[in-house]
Design a protein around this ligand. Structure first.
Ligand SMILES: [Zn+2]
Length: 321
């Protein structure tokens, strides 16, 4: 009960940011870059152990963004120039130019490496087919539905491979779902394909959105757990989830990842109490609102420390293990 985790990304240490730039301009080899990614992954695992989180992530040290990374490793995609996404972030937008195909596992080696470093469970982590489509240009498939479903079949293979590799938790991120509530049915259809027959616990992280429009339809996403942001909107959206009742497990975001201010423990405890008035304690996980990659490593650690301490005290208050 009240297990602690994070959404997925961690800040990259300065040496890795430097190495990624050097690799991009041909100054260091892929092998050298990969060594430093492994070093950063290990540091990320140790940080999470130090803080005392229950379910760990590998930290996404090898990823620049969550769509291009996968597109570059699948057949059928090309990559465009820089395109602006949310806020001031830029990314190279993938372009679908042929049949999409995942020819070999994309995330499995990284998962296995991260899991080999710790006794605690590490989540398998990938981007869902709806978001892959929404953040790409489509020059090949007749419509968005065809592309989303084709991607879903390929991403399903990755989920199967992660489960075979021992992942107990597999998180399929779908941040784009909330930006197009009119296509929620398509996202639901696709997720059924992605998680079909999977026994591992499946999770989907959705952010940015107005859940008022999508609730309760998001309960039909074929995953065991939804991971949603609450802290950023000061828990104002919590009421939505009370009627009709939320039926899945929920990971409740209690830290604002966009703020460099370290939350106060009492404030986080109050956030957790609010969540427990809407969701049964047996189904609640506690995490930050979103990935931590925009924070500094120090801020990420401090914020998580406060979060874990708050959870420990709430558990004591409630008399649970
Ligand atoms: Zn997010």
């Amino acid at each position: 009960m009240l297990q602690t985790t994070t959404v997925g990304s961690f800040p990259k240490p300065a040496y890795l940011v430097k190495a990624r730039n050097e690799f991009a301009s041909g100054k260091i080899s892929e092998e050298k870059l990969s060594q430093l990614e492994k070093k950063a992954t290990e540091e990320c695992i140790r940080l999470q152990e130090r803080v005392g989180l229950d379910i760990l992530v590998h930290g996404e040290m090898e990823r620049g963004d969550m769509v291009t990374y996968f597109a570059e490793r699948m057949k059928g995609f090309g990559i465009s120039g820089l395109v602006r996404s949310y806020g001031n972030r830029f990314y190279r937008k993938p372009v679908v130019r042929g049949e999409v195909k995942r020819e070999k596992p994309i995330t499995v080696k990284t998962f296995q490496y991260a899991q080999s470093l710790t006794e605690k469970p590490v989540k398998g982590m990938l981007t869902g087919s709806y978001t892959m489509c929404d953040w790409s240009f489509n020059e090949y498939y007749p419509d968005r539905r065809e592309l989303v479903l084709a991607l879903a079949k390929e991403i399903h293979k990755e989920v199967v491979d992660l489960e075979k590799a021992g992942a107990e938790y597999i998180q399929i991120d779908e941040p784009a779902i909330s930006t197009r509530p009119d296509e929620i049915e398509l996202a639901i259809e696709a997720m059924k394909i992605v998680t079909d027959g999977i026994g591992a616990k499946t999770i989907s992280h959705i952010c940015y959105g107005d859940f008022r429009i999508m609730y309760p339809r998001i309960l039909d996403l074929a995953v065991d757990q939804l991971d949603l942001e609450f802290a950023n909107s000061d828990f104002s959206n919590l009421e939505i989830f009370k009627h009709p009742k939320f039926t899945k497990e929920i990971a409740v975001g209690v830290l604002d990842v966009h703020s460099h201010i370290i939350e106060k423990k009492d404030e986080v405890k109050e956030n957790i109490r609010k969540a427990l008035r809407a969701f049964p304690v047996q189904k609640v996980y506690i995490d930050p609102d979103c990935g931590l990659k925009t924070r500094t490593p120090e801020e990420a650690e401090e914020k998580l420390k406060v979060m874990v301490e708050a959870v420990i005290e709430i558990k004591e208050e409630l008399g649970i293990e």
